[in-house]
Write a protein that binds this ligand. Structure first.
Ligand code: SAH
Length: 358
């Protein structure tokens, strides 16, 4: 092999074929996989139960690229934000939320994001690049290691930087790495993928074996309103998304979450709530209201608490299950829509119009 390949990009099946190609016994692949994910080793040398000559051979051919913790902040509410540096010097953010009610890692899928939602700071960055599967799963490796949670049950929400369905293959490969019984053994139902609703990818997701829970960033009940907030709505509109959700194979006793960022005077009226309830009739839905996390450069305001309460009450009266997302980690800018990395490496934002969504 010319350049060493990166073990962090391989799921167990890939690793087994890579080892088979080198005539290394199959069980060694499981052993190495367990070292990386169960025991958190980032150095082949540390895999002490491998024969010395095998370790030497692997060292010649493989690396284990691991995101580096560039900084780590803890919020007064226990939320922890990690700034991670990737092999090419780019940065991403990942967040640990201790009790929602289970422990949760909020993981990024891209550096920046192309979706340009009007209220989201990450969207202001534009898309810098996709994360690889190894970088997506690597965030879990690093956070679980740093917080000593490798053996604990935790949830993952793909709600950090980026649009997961705009980086489909890497996300699914990361699922395969994270869910493997020889690694973290994460049940797919402990993963929630949040998306603006890229329709072809959404339909494909419904056919996956390792299928995460689904959350849809809806934010408005009509195309006129949503088109102003979520630009991709001009391509994949509200009715199409709802139709796809009705087809989506939701697990028994489970529901699709509809996220709804509440913006004062924009989408927070009782009438909007009634429209939303009508729209969701016949969908296995629960609504998660997210009062806007305001920030400089975001041209919206957070509604008063009583407006949020009224909206929730109207939904509840129409038998729609509703919760209000508690804002976490706002003092360290770790809350929804606040993940952004400033720095010279980020070239001017790529504009939505220049990108193809498929
Ligand atoms: N791109 C995916 C994953 C991001 S999830 C998606 O859009 O679903 C992050 C969630 O936080 C999304 O629902 C997003 O709309 C929401 N969000 C973005 N900016 C926000 C802000 N300023 N305040 C509150 N929520 C925000």
């Amino acid at each position: 092999m010319s350049s060493p390949s990166n073990l962090a990009e391989l799921d167990l099946a890939d690793l087994e074929s890579a080892f088979a190609a080198r005539s290394v016994e199959r069980f060694r692949a499981r052993q190495v996989f367990a070292w990386i994910y169960k025991r958190g080793v980032t150095d082949i040398e540390a895999m002490t139960d491998l024969p010395r000559d095998l370790r030497a051979a692997l060292l010649a051919d493989f690396t284990i690229a691991t995101p580096q913790v560039a900084s780590h902040e803890r919020s007064s509410d226990g939320t922890e934000k990690f700034l991670l540096k990737l092999a090419d010097g780019k940065h991403i953010e990942s967040v640990f939320i201790p009790d929602t009610p289970a422990m949760t890692f909020c993981i990024s899928t891209q550096v920046g994001c192309a979706m340009a939602c009007a209220f989201c700071l990450t969207g202001k960055m534009g898309l810098v690049r996709n994360l690889t599967a190894g970088e997506i799963a690597g965030q879990v490796r690093v956070l679980a290691g740093a917080l000593e949670l490798r053996d604990k049950a935790f949830n993952i929400v793909l709600m950090g930087m980026g649009e997961p369905l705009h980086n489909y293959d890497a996300v699914m490969k990361a699922m395969s790495i994270l869910c493997d019984t020889h690694g973290f053994h994460l049940p797919p139902r402990r993963v929630t993928l949040s998306t603006v609703g890229l329709l072809p990818a959404l339909e494909k997701l419904g056919r996956e074996e390792l299928m995460p829970n689904l959350a849809i960033s809806l934010h408005a009940p009509t195309d006129a309103q949503r088109g102003e907030l979520v630009p991709i709505n001009r391509k994949y509109g509200v009715a199409d998304i709802i139709a796809a959700c009705k087809q989506f194979p939701v697990r028994r006793r489970s529901r699709i979450t509809f996220e709804y960022v509440m913006l004062a005077g924009v989408n927070d009226s009782a009438d909007d709530a009634r429209k939303l309830a009508r729209l969701l009739a016949g969908v296995k839905a629960k609504v998660n209201l997210i009062p806007l996390n305001a920030a400089a450069g975001i041209p919206f305001e957070r509604p008063a608490d009583d407006v949020v309460d009224r909206f929730a009450r109207v939904l509840a009266e129409q038998d729609v299950t509703v919760s209000v997302r508690k804002s976490r980690g706002r003092d360290i800018r770790a809350a929804c829509g606040q993940l952004i990395v400033e720095g010279p490496e980020h070239s001017p934002a790529q504009k939505l119009a220049t990108l193809a969504f498929d």
